[in-house]
Design a protein around this ligand. Structure first.
Ligand code: URP
Ligand code: ZN
Ligand code: ZN
Length: 469
């Protein structure tokens, strides 16, 4: 299955590279292919797809007074388990830190530790003369996109003046501007007012981060991008009104893109309100505290988002994988939702959760591949090497069994490999299963066995976005 069609074929991988895609029974250089290969993976009756590309992860992210619980080692291993063979993580420049130093620290965390290939975006946490100058050399480093935050004042936040300057740099260089579009200063006022009124449970995180805050910021980002000529990619879109902003901008013909995440397709604010466990009581809802927040199902955001995936108003699905344990991490906000580290861990489950959308008739098989692999490759300058099964591409191939089954979570017969003490996806059942995962020609997952090792993954120097006009 590719992003454009399906058919029967044999895929021949030599070393790390796909060398041929053959019709059944084809001869290669006069020899019977099946007889001359070292390893045969029988994919009869199963789907063969290009390895998943998760373009939004945060391994080891320092956030909310703690660090995301997956290291590059544990996080990329979990990704491999789930059929993802490349990630693009966010290197972080924090305010007061030099971009080059932030990036060097990220290389140090990842190098030699990854099970699958990895690239970086650059978070610019402080737009100033120094960081703007540093952005000039990012492309040479294979980093062709950077993220700004309209949220999180005092942490990563950029004001409109800073955004304007960074976007001018984006327009000038071809670096893709990625935007966390939420009105952070206004959200912080709302959050403080809720807390003062005694409304401190996890659910109020989503009330403070109202959809109006996302719609407004998305519109502002679009207009600043249009003014400057910067290509814009809005991350973790959850509000239907923000989707409509993107659709409107795209209808103008502007180079604007959007990503959503499985949590915004499946989980809701109502789920969070009703969350309860014996151990944590209503604080159980903290496992679903992320930004942008879960949205109300009653308001129809999830339904609208699936539609946007079909109509291409939203172009791809990443996880925003940012795991925190309940114990010692999420519980920092036990008495006040504002202190709960933001993030959900999903890197292992994206391919499955999106496949379930095929099963339920929300998207086609081809669209599944496009949303999870082919478009991420094109968007972030990897296409040809990644995101497609064709001669010359890296041997990143997943065999997916539509007759298999996956039960997500902890316990007998269930699957969970991320470094977390809970699953945000506990109890989710998938009518399909990742059977075999091949990463640059090496079988790393085979029928429930993990065969990869840390250090298998290499740094991906990316080209410019292949959607640049
Ligand atoms: O809740 C989230 N999304 N945590 C990760 C940081 C970000 O804004 O992407
Ligand atoms: Zn963000
Ligand atoms: Zn993120």
């Amino acid at each position: 299955v590719s992003s454009t069609g399906r058919g029967q074929a044999d895929v021949l991988i030599d070393g790390e590279t796909i060398v041929a895609v053959l019709q059944p029974g084809s001869q290669l250089l006069g020899t019977d292919v099946a007889a001359s290969v070292d390893t045969v993976v029988d994919a009869t009756g199963k789907y063969v797809i290009p390895g998943g590309i998760d373009a939004h992860t945060h391994m080891e992210l320092p956030f909310g007074g703690t660090n995301a619980s997956d290291t590059f080692e544990t996080g990329t291993r979990a990704a491999a388990w789930g059929g993802t063979t490349s990630i693009i993580d966010f290197a972080v420049q924090r305010y007061g830190e030099r971009v080059q130093d932030g990036l060097a620290a990220w290389h140090e965390k990842a190098a030699g530790n990854c099970a699958i290939d990895y690239g970086f975006h650059q978070i610019i946490g402080g737009v100033d003369e120094d960081s703007l100058a540093a952005m000039d050399s990012l492309i040479d480093e294979g980093i062709t996109s950077f993220k700004l935050f309209m949220a999180y004042p005092g942490v990563f936040y950029s004001d409109d003046a800073q955004i304007l300057k960074a976007m001018q740099k984006s327009a000038e260089t071809g670096l893709l501007t990625m935007m966390h579009a939420e009105n952070g200063p206004a959200i912080d006022v709302l959050a403080a007012q809720l807390a003062e009124a005694g409304k401190k449970a996890p659910y109020y995180h989503g009330i403070a981060r109202a959809w109006q805050m996302e719609e407004e910021a998305t519109h502002r980002a679009i207009m600043l991008a249009n003014l400057t000529g910067a290509p814009l990619y809005v991350v973790h879109v959850s509000a239907k009104q923000a989707v409509d902003q993107l659709a409107w901008a795209r209808d103008q013909g502007w180079n604007v893109f959007g990503e959503t995440c499985p949590q915004y397709l499946y989980l809701s604010l109502e789920d969070q309100l009703g969350a309860f466990s014996e151990e944590w009581g209503q604080f159980e809802g903290a496992k679903w505290v992320c930004s942008t927040p879960l949205r109300s199902r009653g308001e129809g955001h999830q339904h609208h988002m699936w539609k946007a995936l079909r109509t291409n108003d939203i172009q791809m699905v990443s996880t925003d994988h940012c795991p925190f344990c309940m114990k010692g991490q999420k519980e920092l906000g036990r008495d006040d939702f504002r202190a709960i580290p933001n993030g959900i861990g999903s890197v292992e489950h994206r391919m499955d959760l999106m496949y379930q959308g095929v099963v339920t008739g929300q998207i086609t098989l081809e669209r599944w591949v496009e949303l999870t692999s082919t478009t991420p490759a094109r968007m972030f300058g990897l296409y040809g090497r990644k995101g497609v099964i064709q001669p010359g591409a890296d041997g990143d191939v997943v065999v997916y069994d539509p007759n298999g089954h996956t039960s997500i979570g902890f316990g007998e017969g269930k699957t969970h490999h991320m470094n977390m003490d809970h699953s945000a996806w506990e109890g989710y059942e998938i009518d399909g299963h990742v059977d075999t995962v091949i990463s640059r020609g090496k079988v790393v997952v085979d029928g429930g066995q993990y065969l990869g090792s840390k250090g298998d993954g290499r740094y991906l120097k990316r080209g410019l976005s292949q959607y640049l006009i």
